[in-house]
Design a protein around this ligand. Structure first.
Ligand SMILES: CSC[C@H]1O[C@H](OP(=O)(O)O)[C@H](O)[C@@H]1O
Length: 358
């Protein structure tokens, strides 16, 4: 399966070359392919904030490269670069609040910096660490794709209908995707009759990004408005809802794109299995449950304006872009360390004690 996924790879969102970070501007997809080059930590923080790049793992990877860019500038200034670099850590950490992968990546970069030996070149070491974060995410996705497709086959080895929300593909990660990685693997194992894709308002990650990623690889896709997902689960034989995550707490509660919680409630009501696919860098054991996950609220203009046309004047807009799904609505959490069925605190603690495979 690993080789077949590698052979099928068509899409990437992040490239580090010649000491600069190149990001595919996801605000322009699918109608325009526009790559942007970044050469400072502040500019990368802006790209994360403005969702040029988005998706929990992709945000973490981009922040790691952003820190390398910050270090290059600080070393060049010749001042006490460690103290000056704190400003870059802070600006990157402030870019978006919910995806814990951002903080996991910055912490991993800080830990490597703290282990720097006098005979090591700081820039070379930190660039290697950022590349390692990127590569390990790709490897984790290949592993999770295999774990997830085996879980699907365990319950049903025939072609079946799957549902997904938002975008969890190559555009949201270091490659292949998390939930979309499982769906890609299911397609390669001839297990897919149709993938029902929620358009995922207001940013339309589903209709603009997921439909584009999957259709471009011949995966049968049916796009639906978010409010049709309950009707689909009632009237179609959907076997799994498969989604990603931005932060998973110690008890298995999951923060993910707004709309995920109601999908889970509806899935429980209709006997549809619910799978969350996320690398262990998404698991935040410092939070006991999902009540404490910071939920990002974005500008009301994302709801009230389209293509510069404002829908309604003087109208308040409530625009939280994540919600929290309680662990008891989740059938399985798939990570690169293994699969946790019926997640709870004890099972997640055991999983996190396992050695990372990549
Ligand atoms: C592979 S995790 C992707 C995760 O991130 C998305 O949020 P956003 O597009 O706002 O960064 C969404 O929650 C996805 O599940």
């Amino acid at each position: 399966m690993r080789e077949r996924l590698l052979a099928a790879e068509r899409v990437k969102a992040i490239e580090w070359k010649h000491g600069r970070l190149h990001l595919l501007d996801q605000r322009k997809l699918p109608t325009e392919t526009c790559w942007r080059a970044y050469d400072s930590a502040a500019a990368v923080a802006g790209a994360i904030r403005d969702m040029v790049v988005r998706g929990a793992p992709a945000i973490g990877i981009s922040a790691a490269y952003g820190l390398v860019l910050g270090l290059a500038a600080r070393l060049g200034a010749g001042d006490d670069w460690r103290a000056a670099l704190e400003e870059d850590f802070d600006i990157l950490a402030a870019s978006r609040p919910t995806a814990v992968n951002l903080f996991w990546a910055l912490n991993r970069m800080r830990e490597r910096l703290d282990r720097l030996r006098a005979d090591e070149d700081p820039l070379a070491v930190m660039e290697q660490e950022a590349v390692a974060i990127h590569d390990s995410d790709r490897e984790a996705n290949l592993t999770m794709a295999q774990f997830g497709v085996e879980l699907i086959r365990k319950h049903n080895s025939q072609r079946q209908r799957l549902m997904t929300h938002c975008n969890t593909g190559a555009l949201a990660t270091g490659g292949f995707g998390t939930a979309l990685g499982v769906i890609r693997a299911a397609q390669l194992r001839d297990l897919v009759e149709c993938v029902h894709v929620d358009e995922t308002r207001p940013w339309l990650q589903g209709s603009r990004l997921t439909a584009w990623e999957l259709a471009g690889e011949g995966v049968p896709v049916s796009l639906n408005v978010d409010s049709a997902s309950a009707h689909l689960m009632k009237t179609q034989a959907i076997s799994w809802v498969i989604v990603g995550a931005d932060r998973i707490t110690a008890n298995g509660d999951v923060a993910n794109k707004i709309g995920t919680y109601q999908l889970a409630v509806t899935a429980m009501h209709h006997g549809v299995r619910f799978m969350v696919v996320a690398p262990s860098s998404t698991i935040d054991m410092s939070l006991e449950n999902g009540d404490d996950i910071p939920i990002e609220e974005r500008a009301g203009s994302e709801l009230l304006e389209v293509n510069g046309q404002r829908f309604a004047a003087d109208v308040e807009a409530f625009n939280p872009v994540f919600d929290v799904t309680p662990a008891d609505l989740i059938d399985a959490i798939v990570t690169e360390k293994g699969v946790v069925e019926r997640p709870n605190t004890e099972k997640l603690a055991e999983l996190m004690n396992r050695k990372r495979l990549h």
